[in-house]
Write a protein that binds this ligand. Structure first.
Ligand code: C5P
Length: 231
């Protein structure tokens, strides 16, 4: 499988746990996501170690700062060799364009995707922070802005994916967390979709953590999910 769609979320506090899981999985069958917890614990050396094992890495640090600072961080992430990184669309046009430009001329440049609204935010939370519209409208507006800024796609829920795919057509990557195979528990995820539903809604990549990470046999769980997507 040359372009695996599953991105396994390495939500660990300890480098040893992340490396142990990576050894059980297969870079031909999945990519890996490193978020704030693991990155804070283990930093760049772990990213380099996983890349050296053959994995493509999504660095999920959701940059949100002044354009110059975000661009500098994106350049360092590109130097590390990450496959994908992300920024908050709420950082605005200049920040997203700076992120795009920072990596644009690299060979094998990292893909840059935007987080629109955090899926943990509901309409009442938006009122609290002074955002007027409904979450659904804001997600579409911020995704449109990300696309205008030349980003490669957005992180979105599988429910949002259908409307985004319809609005933007093919070629704009939709990366969806909140995925649960039919036999899994929802954990703390509110709006879940099965791998098949997410792909049917237009998702390009599926971020999956606990259904694989906490499985008794993570590789077997990954195989089942890949089979479900391929069917
Ligand atoms: O274990 P689970 O499959 O729920 O993990 C999902 C991963 O995707 C976690 O790393 C979580 O932080 C991330 N994520 C999410 N919802 C978002 C953005 C990221 O669940 N809106």
């Amino acid at each position: 499988m040359s372009d695996p769609r599953v991105i396994v979320a390495l939500d660990f506090a300890r480098e040893e746990d992340a490396l142990a899981l990576a050894r059980q999985l297969d870079p031909q069958l999945c990519r890996l996501k490193i978020g704030k917890e693991l990155y804070t614990a283990s930093g760049a050396s772990l990213v380099e170690g996983l890349i050296a094992q053959g994995y493509q890495v999504f660095l999920d640090l959701k940059y949100h700062d002044i354009p110059n600072t975000v661009a500098a961080a994106c350049r360092v992430a590109a130097d590390l060799g990450v496959w994908m990184l992300n920024v908050h669309a709420l950082g605005g046009r200049a920040m997203m364009e700076a992120a795009r430009d920072a990596v644009a001329r690299r060979r094998d440049r990292p893909r840059v995707v935007a987080v629109t609204l955090l899926t943990s935010m509901h309409d009442a939370d938006l009122v609290d922070v002074g955002i007027g519209g409904s979450a659904r409208d804001e997600v579409l507006r911020l995704a449109r802005l990300a696309r205008e800024c030349g980003l490669d796609g957005v992180v979105c829920s599988a429910q949002e994916a259908a409307a985004l795919r319809q609005t933007f057509g093919p070629g704009f990557w939709l990366v969806t967390p909140g995925i649960r195979p039919a036999e899994s528990t929802a954990d703390d995820q509110q709006r879940i979709a099965t791998p098949r539903e997410a792909v049917a809604n237009g998702a390009d990549y599926l971020v999956i953590g606990r259904p694989i990470v906490r499985a008794t046999d993570p590789l077997a769980a990954l195989h089942r999910i890949n089979d479900e997507i391929a069917r």
